[in-house]
Write a protein that binds this ligand. Structure first.
Ligand SMILES: Cc1cc2nc3c(=O)[nH]c(=O)nc-3n(C[C@H](O)[C@H](O)[C@H](O)COP(=O)(O)O)c2cc1C
Length: 351
């Protein structure tokens, strides 16, 4: 059985270890969604991970849901990300771009011309969001996408994939977790549609499957991946039968030949790794709440091919080296997770 320090074939890449850095929003971009040298330094510091997954990066202005998050839809955004991918590659690392459309988890204050957020259905999230000028604001009712508009949103994922590859990323990850737009289509509490994108489980998974197909059409399957988080208690979203939904989804995408399936297991039960790992033909990345010990156990038990670490990578840029020699981990400071500047971002030093 493999351990965390063994290489892993993933698409056309060979990862040097099975310790993956989770996608983490850090809100260090400009108001126009452009990242620069500071972000390049942050990711390059962490390049000893087998794979880095970028923070959620929006495919369009309507996909934005938080202050100072990056995009991948303007020439300036693409050029900004190129600094990061060059720095990571120069340091011997690999990096995928996580494509995130927030859907209804967006306040009009963050959207062009104070637009209403878009979603599968007009279900208002019971969620508050931070704005730099007005502080915390409750989210407002989104509008339901018309059926004829959905192909356009899916095309944003295709174009974002083209742009991410132009920016030098090794691949892309569809963010279908954490209650954002794709998960809003998957879940019964947020998808009340009566067209071909709602109702039956086959219809609720259609948006995610079509988004992946659009991404694969321009990148090939080996550079496309997906993150899911079944039953994640975040962003006011629930599903009436999540094991059925995620079983159907993973069965539907298993044959696409994707680079990997990334599953965040956020509740103790049911064990989604045990349920979903056997249903997916390619590499399986398990994440959320892992320690070196629990991650090693997942690999040993055959429930994952690689382990994904989030907060630990914020405070320990050399996490694989610390795991290798038993150096105690530093604790991250949550008060600087989303604040501008270098503090709490690039000032955690290796051992
Ligand atoms: C500061 C922060 C920002 C995050 N932003 C994202 C994100 O942009 N996309 C995403 O899929 N998950 C995001 N997450 C969730 C992480 O990817 C990961 O699933 C979570 O932190 C659990 O793993 P951990 O216990 O190893 O930290 C974020 C987590 C943290 C701590």
């Amino acid at each position: 059985m493999p351990n965390l320090f063994d290489p892993l074939s993933l698409g056309s890449l060979t990862l040097s270890n099975r310790i993956v850095m989770a996608p983490m929003t850090r809100s260090r971009a400009t108001a126009d969604g452009v990242v620069g040298e500071l972000t390049a330094t942050y990711y390059a510091q962490r390049a000893s991970a087998g794979l880095l997954i970028s923070e959620g990066t929006v495919p369009s202005a309507m996909g934005k849901g938080y202050v100072r998050i990056p995009g991948i839809y303007t020439p300036e955004q693409i050029a900004g990300w190129k600094l990061t991918t060059d720095a990571v590659h120069a340091a011997g690392g690999r990096i995928f771009c996580q494509i995130m459309h927030c859907g209804r988890i967006a306040h009009p204050h963050l959207l062009p011309d104070r637009a209403q957020a878009v979603a599968p259905s007009a279900v208002t999230p019971n969620v508050k969001t931070w704005t730099d000028d007005l502080g915390m604001l409750p989210l407002e009712a989104p509008r339901a996408l018309e059926t004829h508009e959905i192909a356009g949103v899916i095309d944003e994922y295709r174009q974002a994939t083209v742009n991410a590859l132009a920016a030098g990323f090794d691949g892309v990850e569809l963010h279908a977790a954490s209650g954002y737009l794709p998960m809003q289509f998957l879940s019964t509490s947020t998808n009340l549609r009566t067209d071909q994108y709602g109702g039956s489980v086959e219809n609720r998974i259609r948006f995610v499957v079509e988004a992946l197909q659009a991404m694969v059409s321009v990148a090939g399957p080996e550079k496309v991946s997906i993150k899911i988080s079944p039953e994640m208690p975040f962003n006011d979203i629930t599903d009436a039968n999540p094991t059925e939904t995620y079983t159907a989804l993973v069965q539907a995408i298993s044959g696409l030949g994707l680079a990997y399936l990334h599953v965040a297991q956020t509740l103790p039960q049911p064990n989604y790794h045990a349920l979903l790992r056997p249903l997916f033909a390619g590499p399986y990345l398990a994440g959320a709440g892992l320690t070196q010990e629990s991650a090693t156990a997942l690999l040993t038990n055959g429930q994952a091919d690689a382990a994904v670490f989030g907060a630990a990578f914020i405070a320990n840029p050399d996490l694989p080296a610390r795991f290798a020699d038993g150096t105690p981990l530093s604790a991250p400071d949550p008060s600087t997770f989303y604040t501008p500047g270098a503090k709490g971002y690039t000032d955690y030093l290796p051992k």
